[in-house]
Design a protein around this ligand. Structure first.
Ligand SMILES: Cc1ncc(COP(=O)(O)O)c(C=O)c1O
Length: 423
């Protein structure tokens, strides 16, 4: 192991890592487009976009340049009582591309905080209006982040187990699989009829950490119209699905009913710097717009709307909206479809599914779970072929940066076929 890895193991505690049994971390010294390069010169394909954040490749020169230019002008200033061009410009441009109805942008630091803000906004919205609605509804299998509110609206799972007793009550409706979707919709409608549900929170079209579980826009359309009928706030957590992953710029572009709140992070800055956005409607905003100061939103972070990060997001958006990037996303999806058709009947495959640029393969095994023992074997197999694929238990997925070429995708597909030969 390299000296960087050894020094790391003395002082670092890594996220989502069983520190006693995990191998030493690989020391990365450089990023170049699709590749991460380690301190021994190995070049790894980043097939999961570094936890789903990277859109245009690592160390993209245009984004780097725009960040650098901004840092020379204004690196940061507090965002209460002060504002700056990058934050205003980014909000204006987000509002232009988000589904209709989003008119106000609240900045925070990451996906979990974008969700925390959304939950607080939705609950206080009803309180400020003097209406007693406090119950939250979410989908079984959901993952919305690691802070306490975000954990509460996430599935009770191995991720939340140590804290279960401390999480506030949330009602979960069944995941809308082909077999369960009618029941899921019916349960939502029955719950909402009680009149006490403040909010429904969903990951639109794809439940990410829950295992890349996918459902169609027709289900989302029904969820949303039921919420509108029963005056329930809809939070669409687009932290993973936003910025082109699902075939449209946002997954919620695929329905005609608009959510009330949209959470963004990950791809927002092209994967360069952390930022959360909670976008909302004028209706929600106006419930806080009051002479009575107790009605304001008591939430903020030290680095809110950091100008350098806003510059990264603006630069990433420039690239995202180019025709060539749209075409790349279409090419990735077509390649996935082709590959999916070519291996769909393989006996090791329990299910293979795709939405836009995301492809997921669920392997036949005794249990589908995050700690499935196939996980390490699969991870190491791909690493030995210089591909970073971090399976979710027995679920392999590809969620690539948009700069990936068809040749590079074919190499990943080929390695998946080889994996099936050795399992
Ligand atoms: C849908 C969704 N929401 C929220 C989060 C939390 O984001 P972060 O890790 O930036 O806190 C994630 C992270 O994977 C996510 O997939």
């Amino acid at each position: 192991m390299s000296s960087l890895s050894q020094r790391d193991s003395k002082v670092i505690w890594h996220p989502y890592t069983p520190m006693k049994v995990a191998p030493e971390a690989i020391g990365i010294v450089r990023g170049e487009g699709l590749y991460l390069i380690d301190d021994e010169g190995n070049r790894y394909i980043d097939a999961v976009s570094s936890w789903w954040v990277n859109l245009h490749g690592h160390a993209h020169p245009y984004i780097s340049r725009m960040i650098n230019a901004q840092m020379k002008e204004l690196e940061h200033c507090m965002f209460a009582g002060f504002t700056h061009e990058p934050a205003v410009r980014l909000a204006e441009r987000l509002i232009e591309i988000l589904p209709e109805g989003m008119e106000k942008i609240f900045y925070s630091d990451n996906g979990s905080t974008a969700v925390e803000v959304a939950i607080k906004m939705s609950l206080q919205y009803w309180k400020n209006r003097g209406i007693k609605k406090t119950r939250l509804v979410a989908i079984e299998g959901a993952y919305h982040g690691d802070t306490f509110g975000a954990m509460a609206v996430s599935a009770r799972s191995v991720f939340t187990e140590a804290f279960t007793d401390l999480l506030f009550d949330v009602t979960f409706i069944p995941f809308p699989s082909t077999e369960n979707k009618e029941q899921s919709i019916a349960e939502l409608e029955a719950l909402l009829k009680n009149g006490d549900v403040a909010t429904l929170i969903v990951e639109p079209l794809v439940l990410g950490s829950g295992g890349m579980m996918m459902y169609g826009p027709e289900v989302m359309e029904q969820y949303f119209s039921i919420c509108k009928k029963h005056e329930t706030i809809i939070i669409a957590d687009e932290v993973m699905t936003g910025f082109g992953r699902t075939g449209t710029l946002f997954a919620t572009n695929q329905v005609s009913t608009c959510p009330d709140i949209i959470c963004l992070s990950k791809g927002l800055t092209g994967g360069f710097l952390p930022m959360g956005v909670t976008a909302t409607t004028l209706d929600i905003f106006n419930a806080f717009y009051d002479d009575d100061r107790t009605k304001m939103l008591y939430h903020g972070h030290s680095y809110t709307a950091n100008p350098t990060i806003c510059a990264a997001a603006l630069a990433s958006m420039d690239l995202l909206l180019m025709d060539s990037c749209t075409q790349s996303r279409i090419d990735i999806e077509n390649a996935h479809i082709h590959f999916k058709e070519s291996i769909a009947t393989h006996p090791l495959i329990k299910d293979i599914r795709h939405t836009g640029t995301i492809l997921a393969i669920e392997l036949t095994t005794d249990t589908t779970s995050y700690h499935n023992n196939l996980r390490d074997r699969i991870y190491n197999f791909f690493l030995s072929r210089k591909i970073i694929l971090r399976p979710l238990g027995n679920i392999i997925y590809i969620l690539p940066p948009y700069c990936i070429t068809i040749g590079e995708l074919e190499y990943i597909y080929q390695c998946i076929r080889e994996l099936f030969g050795v399992l």
